[in-house]
Structure formats: C-alpha cells, structure tokens
Design a protein around this ligand. Structure first.
Ligand code: CS2
Length: 489
C-alpha cells in the first residue's frame, strides 16, 4: 500500500488496518513517569494503561524518559508519542496503535526537565524498566558505590545521571515543597524488585547525606511486581511491514506475542489506575509469581540463549526446536521447580506447558544474542539463587551450572565463532582480561565467578559443577556437554 506520511494524531482517523485510540488524548494528564521507554515498556505497561484510558480514565497518561539514548524520542516525538504494537502469532500480525505515551524526555539532554516532571504534583507513580545493569549492584548485591556515575550523582544531585540520582533528587524536591511522594514501581526482572530498589535507593540517599533516607524509609512505597511479555527487538523489516500495512510510516513499532501478564503488589498510597479491571492481578505478595517467572521463564531463556549461541541457533524458537536443547529445558525445569515455594498454589505444570508454546512461536524472532546480553547481571537471580537453594538441600545443580558454563563459553567465543560484539556485558573488559590470562576450565570458572559475584554460599560446589561442563564444552562441544549433563542429572 502507498504510504501517506507519518503516524501522528492528524492521521489517526484515516487508519483502517489497526485499532486506534478512540479517546481524547489531549484530555489525559501525565500521572505516571516511566524511566526506560524501551520496547518492553511499550508492549506491556503502556498497553495496560492504554486500556484504562480507552475506558475513560483521564489521570494516568505516561511521560516517558530515556536515561541514555535519544532514539525513542527522536522516532516518537514526530509521531505525537503514537506507535504500533504488532501482536504476532503464526503469519498474522494484529495491529494496534497505542496512545498512552503522552510525552518523551531524554535525561542526558535535559536532566532538569526530568527532575521537574518527577517533582510535579501530577506525577503519582514512577515506573521503571531500565534493565538489570542500571541498578548498579556490586558483586555483593548492594549499590556499587565505586561506580563513577554514582559518585557523580552524590556530588551533583541537581544534574543526575542514574535512576537513583533522579529518584532521590525528585523526592527531595517533593519533600521540600510539601508534595506527597510518588510510588516507585520497578518493573525490571530483579528478585523482590520493589524491596531491592528501595534498599539501593536508601543506600544512595544515605551516602548523599541529609535526612532524605529517613523520608524515603517512612513515606515512599515500593510495591514489587512481576511483568511478563516476550518482546524481541524491532527490525527494519518489521518497521517496513507495519508501515506498509498502516499506510503511514511508523518509525518505532514493537513486535510482541499474544501472551501478557502483570502481577502487582497492592501498595499505592498516592493512588493508581484501576488496573485490576484490565487484566492486572493485584496481590499482597508477588514473590511466588516472581520466583516462578524468573527461574522458569528467564532462567531457561538464558540457558537456551547460551547453549543456542554455541550450537549456532539465532532465535529462541530455533533453539527450542532443537531436541537436544528441548531436552535440556525439561531437565532444567525439573531441577528448578523444587526451589519454588510449595504452598503458593501456583501450577508449575500448566506454567511450563504455556512456556513451551510461547518459546515455540516461530513468528517471534527473539534473538539468542538479545537474551545473552548482560548475563553477569541476569544469572545471579535466574541461576545462582536457585542453585544455592538446591545446594542447601544437598541437591545437585547440574543443569543450572550448565547454563553458567555455557555463558562463560559463549562469552569466550565472541570474536571467534561469533562476531566480537554479538552480545555485550558490563563485565566485558574484565572477561577479556580473564580470557587472555587462562583457558584452563577451573581457573576460568573461578575467576569469572569471582568477578560476577557468584562465589560464596555454595560457591565451591557450583564452581566444581560448572568446571566439569566447561571442560566438556571445550573438549567435545556443547551438544556433547548437554548429553553428559543428562547422564549426570
Ligand atoms: C529475557 C527477558 O532478555 C531476556 O533476558 O529473558 O527479556 C524476557 O523475554 C522477559 O522477561 C519476558 O517477560
């Protein structure tokens, strides 16, 4: 179809191929500020909020903030914040234009504008999807106080760079102006994400002095949440296909799967959208849902990513379609399920059956390299935490440590059988030093585990298991290592 210009408010009425916002966007206030307006946010929370707005809510539009790059703002500002989500299953894309993203800011360009938006009385909830590494946790789990950006923020609270600087700076302004604080809702895949961010922010506030930490401790709510939707990075082919279907150019659509889930702890003293009417599960304690998702979905994702990368599979659907990896995933789940809370009432068989269907969706080209990125930040909660629990119970950690070994092997293959920048990790400089110093499996595992903070609490047993797998991968290849691990389970 011929394209007639760019997606935006002015052309909405003419769009036939997609559902479009039927509400008056100009009447919507920005009650939510979202930090990290990536594809995940736009395919998940922004859709739930769009449903609320479509039903007549007016207080909960989203002001999106990018903490690093201007790409999203550059693409979406000319589109009045509008973008398409393509829900992909089989050969069909169901298209919908989302209207909940009202404005966009780029923090490094104008930190003051972000602080002002956060401190505005209209802002009642601040949500975050900034990825695991943006929380700057050190190897022990606390704030990495040696990080240059943390040091900068402590000295320059008026021109922050980190999530902590922005949250603390804005909360201080609200306290000084007598404006009630916003609720902080971390939507990243961290364990006990609300509590984790609360502790890190308290540590940051303590370092920056004054009595802000006491204010945060007493006045600010940090509900935890479990978020779930698989969202591969958008490709040029996706952009083109969707723009052609719409008849106007959309520079930044998102692709996703039909499944979506959001479980949120009920703790919003400054109010919230009526999410429960739109499919969100509001609970007292999110922990069982979160453990199940982090360990069964994200843990097996990481396993498929690294084993898939070693076996040459570009996407999750390819990896999961390989019977060797499929078998590994089943054994991995069997190893992890006993670490989940027994009395939660959650049905792990139904959950893993649904995961198997989601992982098989061939229309979603979810790249193993995308999931492989930032392993040092992801594996602690996905793999190391359940391994420690099993070791405390005297149980083997064979499949879990196969993932850790595959991570090390895949990192080391970059620049060899894989392109050098195929995926990245905040530990890359350190990893390069370690790889240059040794290729002996036990030394490699020991040095990488120490650098990533996997040592301690069962560290020796984990290292021994990972070393056996790494030696097998080096000597016989990933397929044989998977087979041997099956024999050892
Ligand atoms: C994935 C997640 O990239 C990754 O590490 O495991 O982004 C995963 O797709 C989402 O958490 C699904 O909700």
């Amino acid at each position: 179809m011929e394209q007639r210009g760019r997606l935006g408010n002015a052309v909405l009425a003419g769009i036939r191929a997609a559902a479009t916002p039927a509400y008056d966007r100009s009447a919507v206030a920005e009650g939510i500020v979202h930090l990290g307006v990536g594809a995940f946010h736009r395919a998940h929370q922004a859709v739930y909020v769009d449903d609320c707005l479509a039903a007549g809510e007016r207080d909960w539009g989203i002001a999106g903030v990018s903490l690093r790059s201007s790409d999203t703002r550059d693409a979406l500002a000319p589109q009045d914040g509008l973008y398409t989500i393509a829900v992909r299953d089989g050969s069909e894309d169901a298209l919908r234009v989302i209207g909940s993203l009202k404005s966009l800011l780029v923090a490094p360009e104008d930190p003051e504008a972000v602080l002002a938006r956060l401190a505005d009385p209209q802002t009642r909830i601040v949500t975050l999807t900034v990825t695991e590494k943006a929380y700057m946790r050190g190897a022990g789990g606390g704030l990495d106080t040696g990080h240059a950006d943390i040091a900068w923020d402590i000295a320059n609270l008026g021109r922050p760079r980190t999530v902590f600087g922005f949250l603390a700076g804005a909360l201080a302004r609200r306290r000084d102006a007598g404006i009630p604080p916003f609720t902080v809702l971390c939507c990243d895949n961290l364990p006990a994400n609300g509590e984790t961010v609360r502790k890190l922010l308290l540590q940051f506030a303590g370092l920056s002095g004054g009595d802000l930490a006491a204010f945060i401790e007493n006045e600010v709510a940090f509900p935890s949440t479990m978020v779930d939707r698989i969202v591969p990075s958008t490709t040029d082919a996706d952009r083109q296909k969707i723009s052609e279907a719409l008849g106007v150019e959309d520079a930044w659509p998102v692709m996703t799967e039909p499944f979506m889930q959001w479980v949120v702890e009920e703790n919003f003293p400054s109010g919230r959208p009526p999410w429960e009417k739109f499919g969100v599960t509001m609970v007292k304690d999110v922990r069982p849902f979160e453990d199940m998702k982090l360990r069964l979905l994200n843990g097996s994702h990481s396993g498929m990513a690294y084993l898939g990368l070693l076996l040459g599979h570009p996407t999750v659907a390819d990896a999961f379609g390989d019977p060797r990896i499929r078998g590994f995933v089943d054994r991995y789940w069997a190893e992890v399920i006993p670490t989940l809370p027994k009395d939660s009432g959650l049905d792990t068989s139904a959950y893993t059956a649904a995961l198997a269907e989601r992982f098989s969706n061939p229309a979603l080209r979810h790249r193993t390299s995308q999931i492989g990125t930032d392993g040092s930040q992801k594996l602690p909660q996905r793999v190391v935490a359940p391994a420690r629990m099993r070791l405390e119970d005297g149980q083997p950690v064979t499949q879990l440590m196969l993932v850790a070994a595959a991570w090390i092997a895949a990192c080391r293959e970059r620049g060899k059988s894989m392109p050098a920048g195929h995926f990245t990790d905040p530990l890359d400089a350190k990893l390069a030093e370690i790889f240059a110093a040794t290729d002996e499996p036990s030394q490699l595992v020991h040095a990488v585990f120490a650098a990533a903070g996997f040592s301690g609490g069962g560290g020796d047993a984990m290292e021994a298991a990972a070393t056996r797998h790494l030696a097998a991968i080096f000597e016989k290849g990933a397929a044989e290592a998977i087979a041997e691990a099956q024999g050892r389970a």
